[in-house]
Design a protein around this ligand. Structure first.
Ligand code: ADP
Length: 635
């Protein structure tokens, strides 16, 4: 059975094949219209990045088209003059000299312009590629979080990223080279028409099989690449796992190196076997088609030599006409390869276009979005909220009804997988509910400007970010808009306890972390990273702060201490903590106990203990364990 992502990515590029001859024109029309619209898109990309490049390319296309014919005509003239001289005719040295100067000037101009062009395209190519990469990064920032849950999306992003590099400029350059080849073919046909009108037509006819082989296999190649996108992602993943700095310890200790290498090899074998077959098939058909053209060209040469077309030939003209045949042949084959490669390129680019067209759904649902009031207490309400992740067959949150008042400290507890993180993802509008409504200050959260909303929430996740920047920047990232100066970040570090190790680093707050870019980068322990992440939360000037278990590596006392400090410092601002340690929940105004996507209990510590329900059982079990552990340590 084919994987969902492979099928859908692959099918996007498929224009349904004609079932009979009558459907053929429509099929070709669809192929052509797709081709030209994608080509136009790339033109626009290049136009948006660097207009002058298109003019340079246009000039080069005309130049490259005309120059070979000019070269052949000069060459033939030189040979004719020399042949005249050898056959005893009067040699006018001046004419030969002028022709030779022309010949060398031609060679020089050709070389100089070609070099200049290569430089311009390589420099501009970098700019175009940079422009496309920026577009991809911008898009990656805008797309819904939910998209990141889909392998299809990753396939598209991987393909877009891979193709963003030099592909657009390659396509542009091939398009213009097609133009110059067409100009050159037309010029040579004009030359050849003087001796035989049908030989150019014959040359074009025999090139049809090569054309078909080329186009069919370019398309097969693109389809194959998308079909095997999963294998390529697997290869990237396994290769990066083995060299990942964070994983190296575990890979060594569990001796997983060979396992991942083997998995890599299997993915490669699957990817490679089909690719090899495709390449071999294409080569065999290509060789057969080339044999046909060679025979036809050979016959044409013989006809010219035997004077079938015209009896009287100067030697130079013979070289001009046979050269014209070779040039038309080479031109046609160049034309075929270039158009086929443009065609292939546009199919790849389709993927980039689809990715860049991705429309975020996490946007305000009304035309004039509401503004979020800042620095004030907010009320959040969940009304009959249900949620399920895309592609899942069960609800992760079920009928959640809940009100969190301004200034409240809420702790959400529950077993792993109960739905705690999902609840805060909905509360912060990283995701929208499948049904039901989340309200902020009495209005549907979807009515607010999304960036203002995100700015109002400060959230530190379980899998918080570890950024390869300085320790100070790692704290300031908590609220990048806030320009609070060095004292504020130091204060935040003191509140989380991160100041103790930061001050011992070589350059204090300015020490770069991790050794990705800097040999002097400091490596932190997981506990130190956690304190830094918490400092980020203290630094953030958010109205509603959410900590999703970033304290898991700290001991229970340290966690409780951190929660107490937040509680104290934030006074009338709302704080929401997720913790699996119930001892930390005692500080909360409200405790929410979650189980299987439902809120099963709600109340203060005292109320819930008196109720003797789920919370009571969980709390008593954990407390008993701590007592046992503490006794064991004391003994
Ligand atoms: P908790 O925070 O209580 O441990 P979560 O809210 O993270 O629980 O997860 C609730 C359920 O949703 C779990 O069964 C988990 O497997 C599932 N889940 C979480 N994230 C995703 C996702 N991105 N895609 C699909 N399922 C998910």
């Amino acid at each position: 059975m084919r994987n969902i992502s492979e099928t859908s990515v692959n099918d996007r590029y498929r224009v349904p094949k004609p079932r009979n001859f009558a459907e053929l024109p429509l099929y070709l029309k669809r192929l052509a219209s797709g081709f030209f619209s994608r080509l136009f898109y790339i033109f626009k990309l290049v136009w948006d990045t660097k207009r002058s490049l298109l003019f340079v390319m246009l000039f080069m296309a005309a130049f490259n088209g005309i120059m070979p014919v000019v070269g052949s005509i000069i060459g033939a003239a030189i040979i004719n003059r020399l042949a005249d001289a050898y056959s005893g005719a009067l040699l006018t040295f001046g004419v030969i000299a002028v022709l030779l100067v022309l010949q060398f000037a031609y060679t020089f101009i050709n070389q100089a312009v070609t070099r200049l062009y290569a430089t311009v395209t390589s420099i501009s190519g970098e700019q175009v590629s940079n422009h496309v990469k920026m577009l991809i990064m911008d898009k990656a920032k805008q797309v819904d979080m939910a998209k990141y849950d889909s392998p299809d999306f990753y396939a598209r992003m991987e393909n877009a990223n891979r193709e963003a590099g030099m592909r657009p400029i390659q396509i542009m350059s091939s398009t213009f080279s097609v133009l110059s080849v067409v100009i050159s073919i037309i010029s040579y046909i004009a030359v050849l028409f003087a001796v035989s009108w049908w030989s150019p037509i014959l040359i074009v006819l025999v090139s049809i099989p090569v054309t078909v082989v080329n186009f069919v296999y370019r398309r097969k190649n693109v389809n194959y690449m998308f079909f095997r996108s999963k294998n390529r992602r697997q290869m990237d993943y396994y290769a990066s796992t083995v060299i990942d700095k964070d994983l190296v310890k575990e890979i060594r200790m569990f001796n997983l190196g060979d396992t991942f290498t083997e998995k890599y090899k299997n993915a490669f074998d699957e990817y490679y076997s089909g690719l090899r077959r495709l390449r071999i098939e294409e080569t065999l058909y290509g060789v057969a088609a080339a044999a046909l053209t060679t025979v036809v060209y050979c016959l044409l040469y013989i006809f010219i030599a035997k004077g079938v077309f015209r009896h009287e030939f100067a030697v130079g003209d013979f070289s001009l006409y046979t050269g014209a045949i070779t040039a038309i042949g080479a031109g046609v084959s160049n034309l075929i390869t270039s158009t086929a490669s443009i065609y292939e390129g546009t199919l790849f680019i389709e993927n980039l276009i689809t990715f860049l067209d991705e429309k975020p759904t996490i946007v305000p649902c009304i035309e004039e979005p509401r503004h979020v009031r800042r620095n004030t207490a907010h009320t959040i309400e969940f009304r009959h909220v249900y949620f399920r992740y895309q592609g899942m067959d069960r609800d992760v949150l079920k009928d959640i009804n809940l009100t969190i008042h301004g200034g409240e400290t809420v702790v959400i507890v529950g077993l792993n997988g109960a739905g705690k993180t999902t609840l805060v993802k909905l509360l912060t509008r990283l995701y929208d509910p499948t049904s039901g409504t989340v309200l902020l200050d009495g209005h549907d959260i979807r009515e607010y400007a999304v960036d203002e909303l995100y700015d109002m929430f400060g959230m530190i996740f379980q899998d918080f970010g570890k950024y390869a920047v300085t320790a100070g920047e790692n704290i300031v990232f908590g609220d990048i808009e806030r320009d609070a100066g060095e004292s504020a970040r130091r204060e935040a570090a003191e509140q989380s306890g991160a100041n103790v190790f930061i001050e011992k680093l070589e350059n204090g707050y300015d020490t770069p972390l991790m050794r990705y870019f800097d040999a002097n980068g400091a490596e932190l322990s997981i506990g130190q990273w956690q304190k830094l992440a918490i400092a980020r939360a203290f630094y953030s000037d958010s109205d509603i702060l959410i900590l999703d278990e970033p304290t898991a590596s700290l001991d229970p006392m340290a966690e409780q201490d951190i929660f107490n400090r937040f509680n104290e410092l934030r006074k009338n601002k709302t704080s929401i903590f997720i913790s699996h340690r119930l001892s930390s929940a005692t500080i909360a105004d409200t405790i929410l106990v979650m189980e299987n996507g439902c809120i099963v209990e709600k109340g203060s510590h005292k109320e819930l203990m008196e109720k003797k329900g789920k919370y009571f059982t969980l709390f008593s079990t954990q407390a008993a364990r701590y007592v046992e552990e503490k006794d064991a340590v004391d003994d």
